[in-house]
Design a protein around this ligand. Structure first.
Ligand SMILES: N[C@@H](CCC[C@H](N)C(=O)O)C(=O)O
Length: 308
């Protein structure tokens, strides 16, 4: 089978994108691994299939039915797979790159203030293009799986990174997919952390987790004159390994630091956050209604064909 693809990235979190506008492409985990393989394939942290939401519903993905019931206009679905072939609910950088891809395919046009509603396994996501060219995504509702107790204590888990003398306290954050966030006191320690091996998380998360190591860098003034926090982060992604960026991870990092800064209440802490990742910078904002927004760039790099 000859497959046409486009390679893209969001702050160097990179993806192989495939347009399946008829919804009849059934990518196996083996094919996903081949596409994501940096030596024997194209290479990417993940593979994104753009397909009709109705086709996923027909294929038995119940979440696609839920997406269409909630938003009949969400006609396109982001079928996201990690580089190891596993399925993930959401990808924040991926949603922006998916949108740029949909625009290039002529499926949507966000110029002039339009919005794309798309389906994901975490529900409907809405994307608009900012004047700067960045894409801003309403990432939907977020929550702390450990509840108020974890928010007050600032932790509900422990993470052990290879080479650390002991595990450190960590906070679980759900932004449609699972994250576990650990605070480090200094940027030097962040740089030195060994993320070539999967960090160990206790209690073991039932569906695995992405792990973010973060260093809070203080406060500044945001683009609209509002108080804004700054965080630096590295991430070990579930199903991938260390990546240069993770959009859902950036949201989780900002939400965890905001929780810690406010003793668990959110009161008095900024609603705007800049998150520095090895591959660039993204912006995270708290939205009314318990939603969180992610904004950042999306680049399409090249297109080609591969024999699968
Ligand atoms: N890089 C993504 C997250 C991709 C999915 C993740 N590895 C998972 O398994 O949850 C992002 O930008 O959010």
């Amino acid at each position: 089978m000859t497959l046409r693809f486009t390679k893209g990235h969001g702050t160097h979190n990179d993806f192989v994108l495939v347009a399946d506008t008829r919804g009849d492409l059934d990518l196996t985990p083996e094919q996903v691994r081949r596409l994501a393989d940096r030596r024997g394939g194209i290479g990417g942290d993940g593979v994104i299939r753009l397909a009709p939401t109705a086709a996923l519903a027909r294929a038995g993905e119940t979440v696609a039915d839920e997406v269409l019931a909630a938003e009949p206009g969400a006609i396109w679905f982001m079928d996201y797979r990690n580089a190891d072939g596993s399925v993930a609910e959401m990808c924040g950088n991926g949603v922006r790159v998916f949108t740029a891809f949909a625009e290039e395919l002529g499926l949507v046009d966000l110029a002039g203030g339009g919005e794309l509603a798309l389906g994901t396994r975490a529900g409907v996501r809405r994307v608009r293009r900012e004047e700067s060219g960045w894409y801003a995504v309403d990432m939907g509702p977020w929550f702390l799986p450990g509840g108020e107790e974890a928010a007050a204590a600032g932790a509900d888990a422990k993470v052990m990174v290879h080479g650390w003398p002991a595990p450190r306290p960590a906070l679980s954050v759900d932004v449609g997919n699972p994250h576990t966030v650990v605070a480090l006191p200094q940027a030097a320690e962040l740089g030195a952390a060994d993320l070539t091996r999967q960090p160990a998380v206790e209690p073991v998360p039932p569906h695995g987790t992405n792990v973010e190591l973060v260093v809070p860098l203080g406060e500044e003034t945001g683009p609209d004159g509002e108080p804004a926090g700054r965080v630096r982060m590295r991430v070990h992604e579930r199903g991938v390994g260390e990546t240069q960026s993770c959009g859902t991870g950036a949201c989780a990092a900002a939400l965890a630091v905001r929780t810690w800064a406010s003793g668990g209440t959110g009161a008095g802490a900024p609603d705007t956050w800049f998150v520095e990742v090895p591959g660039g910078e993204v912006r995270v904002r708290l939205l009314p209604g318990g939603h969180v927004e992610l904004a950042g760039p999306a680049e399409l790099v090249y297109s080609g064909e591969i024999e699968l």
